[in-house]
Design a protein around this ligand. Sequence first.
Ligand SMILES: Nc1ncnc2c1ncn2[C@@H]1O[C@H](COP(=O)(O)OP(=O)(O)OP(=O)(O)O)[C@@H](O)[C@H]1O
Ligand SMILES: [Mg+2]
Length: 352
Amino acid sequence: MKKNGVRSSKFSFAGAALFFVSIALMIQIAVMLYDYIAQKTDNKPLIALLMLVVIVLLSGACTLIDIIRRRWMIDKPVDRILQATEKIASGDFSVRLEITRPYGKYTEYDVIMENLNTLAAELGKTEVLKTDFISNVSHELKTPLTIIHNYATLLQDDTLDSDSRKKYAKTLSQASKRLSDLITNILKLNKLENQEVKPEYETLHLTEELASSVLQYEEIIETKNLVLECDLDDVWITSSKPLLELVWNNLLSNAVKFTETGGRVEVTLKKEGLDAVVKVSDTGCGISPEKGARIFEKFYQGDTSHSQEGNGLGLALVKRVIDILGGEISVKSEAGKGSTFTVVLRGTANEV
Ligand SMILES: Nc1ncnc2c1ncn2[C@@H]1O[C@H](COP(=O)(O)OP(=O)(O)OP(=O)(O)O)[C@@H](O)[C@H]1O
Ligand SMILES: [Mg+2]
């Protein structure tokens, strides 16, 4: 019963049949009564008067039947729908209307009720997402703000030695950077989710793009004494440079962040038909299957030991970008052993 994605109701035979039968019956009764009266008397004005009375009574009966029919078939469901819409309008998204007819026999009211149920469920979900988002943002804002407040107070002490002053100033600047990163990421995610970002496609040398992203992590890779292996094929693609940069930077920053000193980070690029396949692997702390199911959610941070270094928005951004660019991202990981993130950019690879 779906026409172009919109479910239509079935024509109500019962309602039409009831209307037809009652009209036919009334006309039949009127004809029979006319015959009966005409046999009893020749008085035309009396016959006309009696027929007027009969027609008024029969029309009254028809109206009564119609009122009862409307009461059961129209007014009752409309009342239920009205009450439900009033509840939804006042913010109660828990309303669900019970539909008694089986699926294939829906009337238009049943279809409206089902659509209202879906609407209320969707609004309920959005409400939960909204309140979760607000509480997550508030929490993420509060931590660096508390640090800024505390250290700014400490810095006001005139007797503070210069080493402590430098240390506190550094903490202040880190906390403010964290705040600014959080706000930048929220704004980016918001733009991506609201389809405000229209990717500008261009021909890219993906090999070079990946290499330059990796170079940005050179310093931290050296500091953490990580082994870096890159196996990059020569691949040209048609895609969006700034959006892809966001993907590589987030995956590389995670690989470096979640891998302990002396570990290994590997980046590979392969062309598979028209697809470009990038893998970022590490020998870091890994992700358990339960955490793995949630890592692409906004603000989710499975590894609490690094929760100070980020807000859990990186992979949510990555996922959104990959969706926009028409690709896939997957993760294979084992807690304690490491992780491999695989990005497949579908149909982007150019013939060299
Ligand atoms: N390479 C990885 N190894 C182990 N765990 C990872 C890895 N990448 C992601 N995770 C897990 O997934 C979570 C979400 O990652 P995500 O990049 O979204 O957030 P984040 O890195 O904590 O913060 P942000 O990206 O905002 O700086 C991380 O907190 C971590 O628990
Ligand atoms: Mg991250």
